[in-house]
Design a protein around this ligand. Structure first.
Ligand SMILES: [Zn+2]
Length: 390
């Protein structure tokens, strides 16, 4: 049975706020809506789009999680006698990054964003290529299903090339192969909006480029199959940054020791903690609860957002900054010199965090969150006859 031709473009970080009042593919993709994102970053959101499940079910959330028994860098403990600056500098971190990516197969997104001497306590969630079969930890994804159905598909990601090259290859392959699903993961909008989300003219120009490119991809798809569909979606939005919070400094004032008393990972919009004694737990919790730049996430809230990991691998205590705040840079997160204008990873109720869903045809079911993207890709793959019968 031949399937209809489907093109899916996932534009990383293109939030609803950026297209809401702009003409972006609106004549070809008249079905448009904002989608609520998953609390967190792309590392949790994209697996949700590929499986239709929340992070607690598919297993991926933030990149680092507490797992000393399987930590790929467990052997670094043997070097604990070295003075900390030996590894904790630009070159040491770069070396660990390359080791992680090339030797320990932690995937192309691995970066050393905890203190190097704490790496022996952490594992990394994106060890496999999430855009390939068996890429998601606990569950089959869209790509496992395509493989099982024996359906030909092509996936393009930044692992191979730039957005411009992805558009070029997709145009070529749509015309020249008999694959019926083309999945374009376009990552450059994320970096662009991090730096330029407060510049409307630059955004217009950037969006025009994606508009022209995707229009042409769709035209070629329609030449091959007049029933071809096009969906354009994103994983989350981008919120303008207005303030910075020195969370690392607040916790350091307590004088607790890592790793003896506790462990912490500071992502851009949140701090996650694990504790090894009750006093440390109490004191960190008190200081986090006293801050007005954000709040400690409660268990019911984590449950509501599909983040109820029974082993607390992603954090026993999670502090989330309010929208627009960002964790001040420090030696700890190894991000010296990066001052983005925009950030994501806030509470999903923040309007700037909303993702997008644009389609040339009406989705068969209501589209509310990015998990619904998975079902709409699956539905759109059905033969037109089947869709009419539904
Ligand atoms: Zn980003």
């Amino acid at each position: 049975m031949s399937s209809r031709l489907q093109v899916v473009a996932l534009i990383d970080a293109l939030g609803w706020e950026y297209i809401r009042e702009r003409q972006f593919l609106d004549d070809v993709l008249p079905y448009r809506t904002a989608l609520q994102t998953v609390l967190g970053f792309s590392s949790g959101a994209i697996p949700t789009m590929l499986t239709g499940l929340m992070p607690e079910r598919h297993g991926h959330w933030n990149l680092f999680y507490y797992d000393p028994r399987h930590a790929p860098f467990w052997w670094l403990k043997a070097f604990n006698w070295l003075p900390k600056p030996v590894l904790d500098n630009r070159y040491g971190r770069k070396l660990l990054k390359e080791l992680g990516r090339r030797v320990f197969h932690l995937g192309p997104t691995f970066d050393c964003c905890v203190l190097p001497h704490l790496l022996p306590y952490f594992n990394f969630s994106e060890r496999r290529d999430i855009y390939a079969p068996k890429g998601i930890e606990n569950t089959p994804s869209l790509f496992d299903e395509l493989q099982r159905e024996g359906r030909g598909y092509c996936v393009y990601t930044y692992h191979q090339c730039s957005d411009a090259e992805i558009m070029r290859r997709a145009r070529r392959d749509i015309a020249e192969t008999d694959a019926t699903l083309f999945f374009l993961y376009l990552c450059e909008m994320d970096a662009f909006l991090h730096m330029h989300c407060k510049e409307p003219e630059a955004i217009d120009k950037k969006l025009n480029w994606y508009d022209e490119q995707l229009r042409e991809v769709f035209r070629i798809a329609r030449e091959r199959d007049p029933e071809a569909s096009l969906m354009v979606c994103s994983d989350h939005g981008m919120t303008p940054v207005t303030k910075h919070a020195d969370l690392v400094g607040e916790v350091a004032k307590l004088g607790l020791r890592m790793p003896q008393d506790y462990l912490a990972v500071y992502d851009s919009t949140m701090a996650r903690f694990w504790f090894f004694n009750e006093a440390a737990r109490q004191r960190v919790q008190e200081v986090m609860q006293s801050l007005d730049c954000g709040r400690v996430l409660t268990k019911p809230e984590l449950q509501k957002f599909g983040l109820n990991f029974p082993d607390d691998r992603y954090g026993e205590l999670i502090f989330l900054l309010n929208a627009g705040w960002m964790v001040a840079e420090s030696d700890f997160n190894g991000r010296g010199g990066w001052f983005p204008e925009g950030m994501h990873g806030y509470h999903p109720s923040d309007p700037y965090s909303d993702a997008i869903f644009l389609s040339n045809e009406k989705p068969l079911q209501p589209m509310r969150t990015i998990a619904d993207v998975y079902y709409s890709i699956r539905d759109a793959g059905r033969e037109v006859k089947e869709r009419v019968a539904l």
